[in-house]
Design a protein around this ligand. Sequence first.
Ligand code: ADP
Length: 495
Amino acid sequence: MKKFVLALDQGTTSTRAIVFNKKGEIVSKAQQEFKQIYPRPGWVEHSPQDIMGSTVAVIGEALVRAGITAADVASMGITNQRETTLVWDKKTGKPVYNAIVWQCRRTADYCEKLKRGGFSEMIYNKTGLVPDAYFSATKIKWILDNVEGARTRAQRGELLFGTVDTFILWQLSKGKIFATDYTNASRTMLFNIHTLSWDKELLRLFDIPKSMLPKVYPSSHRYGETDAGLFGSSVNVCGVVGDQQAALFGQLCTGEGDVKNTYGTGCFLLMNTGSKAVKSRNGLVTTLGATTSAKNPQYVLEGSVFVGGAVVQWLRDELKLISSADESETQALSVEDSGGVYIVPAFTGLGAPYWDANARGTITGITRGTTRQHIVRAALESIAYEVCELVTAMQMDSKINVSHLAVDGGASKNGFLLQFQADILGCTVVRPRVAETTALGAAYLAGLCTGFWESIDELKKIETADKIYSPHMPELTRFELLNGWKKAVDRTLEK
Ligand code: ADP
């Protein structure tokens, strides 16, 4: 009986491999950062060699650290930065261009044209997405339009497209596996999330040949084996999932109405809406969640906060009010409240539910008595208010009441933030024992596929909370604080 499951987490700034045991505990971990390439302002690329080099290296290292070999691994799950786009030669595996990263804005003007051309509704109805440079479709088109000879080669069927998961699968299997999963496909802006198929009309619109596209399967599925020469023996890849949906699954938010928030540089909030694709009236996107069966697609509402933990970095690096991110907690707890101060960190505009790209940050309510601690506290509170507004938007769109919020990410170690979040939402906030929820989600999906874990119920028994925050704030205080926040936002919006 093989005793371990391996998760590969290919993220935006680093690649990590983690070995988990049957109890869902981390046995070993290896990580490698790689270069961010900025060829022009607003453009972001990764070297495909870096992605593969770091992938092979961290898998090998994690196995060595665990004192095991590839033969001891029951199955492997891959989770990845979503939307990032690669195009490579079907015969040689050679990429025709660098990976264009999700953050890259090079196709923003083209996306504006799509909006002006009236394509938004059609795109939203099919893909659940709003036309944006973020998603893969316009990145593929850019490569075909701008790399010499690429379009002709693509039309001849010589080129393949993949998000990072597909590229890694293809490379690790030496070209034998050409596949992706629903969660990654749903972020390309080419995949119809209702029919679960690549959409002909969208392929025509973006002028992308269908022969470039991988087969699409549920996230928990026997994708195939890695080449035996790579790690000593072959490893079964049985899980593929985009990072945010991986975290949702890793938090075991598998029921309708389950919500998780990742407090990183920005925040990513996902709500499981079960078998229903909920349409948003509040600017959230509808996307596919991780699933173990093709017959049972799972839908998710997704929203993001542009400035989350980044406001804490701003306090530290620009205002120099704190010397470390951790210090924000003690500073915030040293005062009873924010003294009427609100910070709206609209550094790059406001996202859902306001969608005002021209809004810029404000600090309101300053008096002669305002101290550094009040400002620090207001900054942390702003993260909680923004998350609260997304949860409210999700509740309105889905008509599902949120009873608890599962949390992870760098800023989720801040106890003050999580208590305030519970208070302002009026629901419990749960931080799990294993902070690596993204890798854990990929491991769970891979393990469920082979019977390493029998069921989600079994996983629910092994997964425990690190800490649960219950709401204590009187309803009136909550109402007054939210009112104050709304007023501050009002002053932030461009009128
Ligand atoms: P990402 O994956 O986006 O790089 P992480 O999940 O690593 O982000 O989280 C990093 C963010 O968390 C940073 O913006 C940092 O300011 C914030 N952060 C880290 N520790 C704390 C803390 N104790 N309190 C508040 N914010 C924190």
